[in-house]
Ligand binder design. Sequence first.
Ligand SMILES: [Zn+2]
Length: 291
Amino acid sequence: MKNDELYGQLGDLIRGRRRKLTLTQQAVAARIGISRASLANIETGRQKVLVHQLYALAAALNLAPSDLLPPVTASESSQDWTALPLPDDLKLEQKKQIARLVNAAQVEPQRRYEGTMTHGSRHDPALCARNLLERLDIRNILIPVDKIARAVGAQVIFSPLDDELSGMVFVKEDQTIIGVNSLHHPNRQRFTISHEIGHLELHRQFISTHIHVDKRFTVLMRDIHSTTGTARVEIEANRFASELLMPEWAVQRVLEQTEIDIDDDEAITVLARKFRVSRQAFQYRLMNFFS
Ligand SMILES: [Zn+2]
């Protein structure tokens, strides 16, 4: 990769992430002790970043420094992405990003995924999620999704992906990999990880033959029984994720403490924060809770 290209890509990553977090150039620049003009130049690739600035930038953007390093392009890499069972509908660049993520996974044979499916709950994603929480003895309102992912034997890897991609899951021999777009908002990442755990628990056969890549989770709560095929698989994983992050008992507990109007956006936002989910995700959960 040429130097100009490298700094250009670094700038794009920084700008994209800053906007995602709705931070101004002024705010980020102040936090890392440079002028707004310098940050503007860094974002356009005109100014070269020093190593200590890269660390400060990563901290200000709530990322690991390595997340800001542009990937080595496939032509420069020995990793063969064409050998992986990737979905056909991805763009070339997206395929390379997913391949890089899969290839970054460590081989951890001791963490082989055995499946934790409680017998009989396969057809009820919500019940399946509640059973998993119970089995892991999780009772706090703030659900530790990373811990749950590890408990079911998955390695969670954060890597910068195209904005359209939320994450992926794949079971490959001894490895179970959950990939998350490191550039997305932390709440969205929590939903992504939960959705992928849902696939692991509910659709194992499906994700051991192909890498399952998730784009936007547009349809959250459509009626499971009215749909078939791929859409149904996604709705089931969403239903699972929703229940995992906002289990019935937790929603109940929160609602006992506060009286809310489902149309009061501000009140919903405050409650969503308790669960570290988006307002939309919490709203859908409530609709489901009351139906
Ligand atoms: Zn999915």
